[in-house]
Design a protein around this ligand. Structure first.
Ligand SMILES: Cc1ncc(COP(=O)(O)O)c(C=O)c1O
Length: 568
């Protein structure tokens, strides 16, 4: 071969090697930026979800799967029986009608199946009813069909920021405002113009689009980011929920394999490195609620197998993180999307953008902004909101939706947004953080004084219940709370949502009921644990049980826990 030929081969070889090295480096960076939990590994979580088999604790293990002594197990059993009777006697009509409805309502079957860890599921479902019907709301109370009222800690999935009566008024006044037009779709009622104007001011962005749910607003935000950047991949942070569209839900829970989402570590420099180096990132999605539990999903009691659930809000650290994320996105031309569907309007009138002092390119709102009716809103920079290409008529980012801008929803939203601008509501934001931090501190102080191994963490009025000693039965607490007249969402103690119309007197009642419930649960032996017990030992035990349930013929290599699992 001639020398120029050798040179050409060497140059090609060098380019291929450089490309391979750069690819390997990008791959390695991505791996480093994945959170080490299952949440951070979508494919693995999907794989495992397919492998895990149901097994249950039988009667002999149900009350002592933590190897509690006989007297503790007997105490728990008696308490379980007592609670069964209490819940049934308190609300016979509500319980009966819930039971009648369940076989016909898929959504109810789903939530009922995931209220407690699956090892306990069937016995709990048979004996401890979580009533699913309510007749009335007033103040901070919800009435069931038997006329019992319970303090609402469910917050209607986050919709309820200002109290149910507030939303009833928004709906009534709003519908009155648009009644003459009725359900005319396609044409807009003039209130839409006022809503758009107000949302632009709130978001500080140029344009608005209306959708029927938060999920759809997120779909639209992501679609537009892809359309305008012509890039493929979405970055979301580990644990963050952005609605049930499978395009932002890789991993377990999504039957489809999703290959265009990177799930990265939240609040972590390694993720910034990925954003700096990759060229396929169309947008970064942030759900600021994750500030309360970065890298963890909304804490459902269905996954409460031990006491490692954590929560801690550090405003300064999270603000710093959002600022750095903003800087990197700006540097790299990546649209930053704040998904404020949950948190918007709870922390500040201008939402998380105002509260953390960081601006996004696209912002989604939902839930509360509909004034009590179903809604999704997207606000964005003009260049990103455009759904078609001026130069290429066939290049479109298609989005419609029959019910978008429904006059009734727009009317209720208009009343909501108008009220938001009243001096009274504006003033309420000055103290909201202080008020709710003080209330959380009060709750923790009382729990501490009573030596109860339960604490709360909060981001203003969003609370997580934590358990401070290792235990297998923390999920029982939701039933004690319900029996004490506190209404919870189906995920139980993983998320308590208070509305801001709670007075100090209302809150005092909640503290009393909450602490009394926890005290009774402690006295009933559910928080008992062996002094040597740890959360990781519990998780190892459960893992061994799962393996044994899946592969029953495996030798006793699995150790002691083999006898703890009885297959269903
Ligand atoms: C942050 C966030 N994004 C999106 C959604 C989806 O909204 P929707 O349930 O209205 O579709 C939710 C719902 O809980 C949410 O909390």
């Amino acid at each position: 071969m001639t020398s120029p030929e050798w040179t050409a081969i060497a140059a090609t070889g060098a380019s291929v090697a450089a490309l391979a090295i750069s690819r390997a480096r990008a791959r390695w960076q991505l791996s480093r930026a994945k959170h080490p939990s299952l949440q951070g590994h979508a494919r693995l979580s999907k794989l495992l979800a397919g492998i895990v088999r149901l097994y249950e604790y039988d009667d002999s293990r149900f009350f002592c799967c933590d190897d509690a002594p006989a007297d503790i197990a007997a105490r728990r059993r008696m308490a379980f029986d007592r609670l069964t009777v209490t819940l049934a006697d308190q609300a016979p009509v509500t319980q009966r009608e819930t039971a009648d409805l369940e076989p016909h309502l898929s959504d109810l079957q789903f939530v009922n199946a995931y209220r407690v860890p699956f090892q306990f599921r069937r016995r709990v479902a048979r004996r401890l009813s979580a009533a699913a019907l309510a007749a009335e709301s007033h103040g901070v109370l919800l009435d069931d069909l038997d006329g019992n009222d319970a303090y609402d800690l469910s917050g209607s999935y986050g919709l309820n920021v200002f109290g149910y009566d507030f939303y009833k008024e928004c709906i009534d006044v709003g519908i009155e405002r648009v009644r003459a037009l009725g359900p005319v779709l396609g044409l807009y009622h003039p209130v839409v113009a006022d809503n758009v104007r107000r949302l632009k001011t709130i978001s500080g962005l140029d344009e608005v689009s209306f959708h029927m749910s938060g999920t759809e607003a997120v779909m639209q935000a992501v679609g537009l980011a892809r359309f305008h950047t012509r890039r493929t991949h979405v970055v979301r942070f580990c644990g963050a929920y952005h609605g049930w569209w499978d395009g932002v839900q890789p991993g377990a829970g999504n039957p489809r394999r999703v290959d265009d989402v990177y799930t990265l570590r939240d609040v972590d420099d390694r993720s910034l490195e990925v954003l700096r180096s990759r060229r396929d990132i169309a947008c970064v999605l942030v759900n600021p609620l994750q500030a309360l539990h970065p890298n963890a999903a909304a804490a459902s009691d269905g996954t409460l197998v031990d006491s490692s659930r954590a929560g801690h809000f550090d405003r300064v650290a999270y603000t710093r993180w959002l600022q750095r994320l903003r800087d990197v996105c700006t540097e790299r031309g990546i649209p930053l999307i704040f998904d404020e569907i949950f948190l918007g309007f709870r922390l500040a009138r201008g939402g998380a953008q105002e509260y953390f002092g960081v601006r996004a390119d696209l912002v989604t709102y939902g839930k509360t902004v509909g004034g009590g009716l179903p809604i999704g809103v997207l606000c964005g920079r003009r260049a990103l909101m455009k759904r078609f290409d001026d130069d290429r008529p066939s290049s479109i980012c298609f989005a419609r939706g029959t019910f978008n801008s429904h006059p009734y929803v727009m009317g209720a939203m208009n009343e909501f947004l108008s009220r938001l601008d009243t001096p009274e509501l504006q003033r309420s934001y000055d103290t909201v953080e202080e008020v709710w931090n003080a209330r959380a501190a009060t709750m923790n102080a009382v729990l501490g004084r009573e030596e109860i191994p339960v604490r709360v963490a909060n981001l203003t009025s969003i609370w997580i219940v934590r358990y401070t000693t290792p235990g297998r039965y923390n999920w029982m607490f939701q039933y004690y709370l319900r029996a004490a007249g506190l209404a919870l969402a189906w995920i139980g103690t993983g998320r308590l949502i208070f509305s801001h119309n709670y007075t100090d007197a209302d809150f005092d009642v909640v503290v009393k009921r909450f602490v009394a419930a926890a005290r009774t649960m402690r006295d009933d032996g559910w928080f008992w644990h062996m002094p040597s017990q740890t959360n990781s030992a519990i998780r190892r035990q459960v893992l061994r049980e799962m393996v044994r349930a899946r592969y029953p013929r495996l030798p006793s290599l699995l150790g002691r826990s083999g006898r703890t699992a009885r297959l269903a």
